[in-house]
Design a binder for this molecule. Structure first.
Ligand code: GAL
Length: 670
């Protein structure tokens, strides 16, 4: 079903979990498996943190418990998503080789006793981990229950940036490969500044903390290097698996609001199936919109094809300041939102709630309180719904709008010295996405430079770092008739974090028809008014139009009288520019206007007051309209077909109760 040389084949939509049987005595395992069957679980990730059990002493393997658990799952017809067991090194390895411990930017080590205490550049760690992965593959590589390889776990979650000497040596190798000679590196990093010029490769280190702010070019390359280093680590394990087993290989990404260290655009091609972990983040203004964004971005990484939600939660996590359970129906709404946005597998962390260890207060499918709980009942209900949605697997999400997203821009925007620390890259992206989301428009998230030809509307929020050729893809697409919206701080620097001169927005400037002379960030909490009645925040700039029309200007604030929203006719298309961050309702109004102009429509017409999501997945014989009602009142949606959860036929209008999800099979592919 997935478009790789080693497709992950599954009957319908996979439903599963992380399972850590090593935390329990074997007499619990049979009960676990019986309950898994009751819940409809058919894909279970095991051996994620197995190393210390599998290899209790160097070179001494003990597969007995793993044989046993795989055998029991197999006998129950449950497929295995088999971890290589390398996510966390065992104590004996760290004791024998303390140099594998990662180093923080202040030069201090991070020790054993948590997890992931390894340096991504450590050859000792890599060799030991690949040896274990190979041993696991030798033993289980053609076991009929093994459906998927799960390399390590959330690679780079805690150890992405290591500043140790081993990492420095590897960073230098990476830099030599990239730049060839020191002159090129000195130019790229702008080391003429502050006497930073390098005259020998050995002078270059990882960007440990310095008395003043650090070189932004070095920081940017260090991010790129660190992402590449972890990818090469993944490849080393994946190669060991692929040479021993025909089973597809993946690892779980963290496309989420608080992790930015891996440039997954460069990782995606190495996955036989893209998989993501996502947890609702109660610290955000609109966690559900962020969930939708993460799901859309994961689909983008899967080139629009199906992907697997490898982890999410049934309730509270344990790592936010305040860890909230989900509201009634929340498990279904969240899970099915992922499915609506292309997931062909829905799995949880974890099966049975731990009673010891750091995650004992993390929710699970089977809570501490047991099966007589709302969470368990909802899990069983979800399993039943997932079963009914089998025919949806393999269908593809339909979108007329794209949003350009870039990890490099994320890194470059967050540099230590910038015009305002009051906002980050992701806030800009989320604000734009939320406007589209609130309008019920489906969005594909694409990389800079991606083909845009299938879209009508493209939004480019804060694309700070852009290469000329990437900008040209957008401006050429606009010239050919597209409607594009570029927002402030876009096109500010090139790939070396060097400012595009001649007026900000650099390679977008001519198409936008504006000349931005000066940034004028606005105090947090102080609104600025626009001439069209809108309110905005955080940013303004001093610019003039060259060929664009001013749609709204700043009434007050540091750029009073200057353009805030502009529209330029560029070829056969329209190039819009937004020089500030409008309040949510005003952002929505602007995007609604652009969508209208571009002829973009929501997947269906809905009538109701609360928040909702509408997404259409298109299959070969039918399409599937997902309706997620986040509100408490019924929602009416104009559509016709068969509702897959209730089996009801819908003639012209589906009524979706408050908090419910409905999926309509529309017979004639629309
Ligand atoms: C993920 C991780 C799991 C578990 C979970 C808790 O980061 O892969 O092992 O820790 O978070 O939310």
């Amino acid at each position: 079903m997935f478009g790789s040389a080693r497709p992950f084949e599954h009957d319908g939509i996979a439903f599963g979990c992380d399972y850590n049987p090593e935390q329990w005595a074997p007499d619990v395992w049979d009960e676990d498996i019986a309950l898994m069957i009751e819940a409809g679980v058919d894909l279970v990730a095991i051996n994620i943190f197995g190393w210390a059990h599998l290899e209790p002493r160097e070179g001494e393997y003990d597969f007995q418990a793993l044989d046993d658990i795989i055998g029991r799952l197999d006998a129950a017809g449950i497929r295995v998503n088999l971890g290589t067991g390398t996510a966390s090194p065992p104590a004996w390895l760290v004791r024998a080789h303390p140099e594998i411990l990662p180093m923080a930017e202040d030069g201090t080590r991070r020790y054993f006793g948590g997890r992931q205490s390894w340096c991504p550049s450590s050859p000792v760690f890599r060799e030991a981990a690949v040896r274990l992965a190979a041993a696991v593959a030798d033993r289980y590589g053609d076991h009929p229950a093994v459906a998927l390889w799960h390399v390590s776990n959330e690679i780079g979650c805690h150890n992405a940036l290591c500043y140790c000497d081993e990492s420095a040596a590897s960073f230098r190798r990476w830099l030599r490969e990239k730049y060839g000679d020191l002159d090129a590196l000195n130019r790229a990093w702008g080391t003429a500044f502050w006497s930073q010029a390098y005259s020998a490769w050995d002078e270059i280190g990882t960007p440990r903390l310095t008395p003043a702010t650090r070189n932004p070019g070095q920081m940017l390359d260090f991010h790129r290097f660190s992402s590449d280093e972890l990818l090469s680590y993944y490849r080393a394990e994946a190669d060991a698996l692929r040479s021993r087993s025909a089973v597809p290989v993946t690892t779980n990404f963290m496309v989420t609001a608080h992790i930015d260290d891996m440039d997954y655009w460069s990782w995606a091609d190495d996955m036989d199936v893209v998989a993501n972990d996502h947890y609702l983040d109660g610290r955000l203004d609109d966690p559900e919109a962020e969930l939708a964004f993460a799901a859309d971005l994961t689909r983008g990484l899967a080139s629009g094809g199906p992907w697997i939600l490898m982890e999410h939660s049934t309730g509270a996590v344990n790592w936010q300041p305040l860890n909230k359970p989900k509201s009634a129906g929340g498990i279904l709404r969240n899970s099915l939102t992922h499915v609506a946005r292309g997931a062909d597998g829905v799995c949880f962390f974890q099966w049975r709630a731990s009673v010891q260890g750091s995650e004992k207060f993390h929710s699970a499918m089977l809570p501490h309180a047991g099966t007589d709980t709302a969470v368990w009942r909802e899990v069983v209900q979800l399993g039943d719904v997932i079963e009914r949605l089998g025919e949806v697997a393999g269908s593809r999400v339909d979108a007329q709008t794209a949003l350009i997203f870039s990890w490099e821009s994320w890194w470059a925007t967050q540099n230590e010295s910038r015009p305002s620390s009051a906002f980050g890259y992701l806030e800009q992206v989320h604000a734009a996405y939320s406007a589209l989301h609130a309008l019920g428009l489906t969005v594909d998230i694409v990389a800079p430079g991606a083909d845009l030809s299938r879209y009508r509307l493209v939004i480019v929020p804060g694309l700070h770092l852009v290469r000329a050729e990437e900008a040209a893809v957008l401006t050429d697409w606009i010239a050919a008739g597209g409607t594009g919206l570029v927002t402030f701080f876009s096109g500010t620097v090139d790939e070396h974090d060097r400012v595009w001169t001649g007026g900000y927005t650099g390679p977008f400037r001519e198409a936008l028809g504006i000349h931005v002379e000066e940034f004028a960030p606005v105090e947090p909490g102080v609104p600025v008014q626009l001439s069209n009645g809108a309110t905005a925040h955080l940013w303004s700039e001093r610019s003039r139009v060259t060929t664009a029309d001013v749609e709204a200007s700043f009434v007050d604030g540091p750029s009073a009288g200057r353009p805030a929203v502009t529209r330029n006719t560029w070829g056969r298309g329209a190039a819009w520019y937004l020089a500030t961050l409008p309040a949510a309702a005003d952002y929505r109004a602007l995007v609604a206007r652009l969508a209208r102009d571009a002829g973009v429509r929501a997947p269906a017409v809905a009538h109701g007051d609360g928040a909702f999501e509408l997404v259409r997945r298109r299959g070969t014989d039918a399409s599937y309209l997902f309706i997620v009602n986040h509100g408490s009142e019924p929602l009416l949606v104009e559509c016709a077909g068969t509702e897959l959860i209730t089996g009801a036929s819908v003639a012209a209008c589906a009524e979706v109760p408050g908090g419910a999800v409905r999926i309509i099979r529309e017979e004639a592919a629309r």
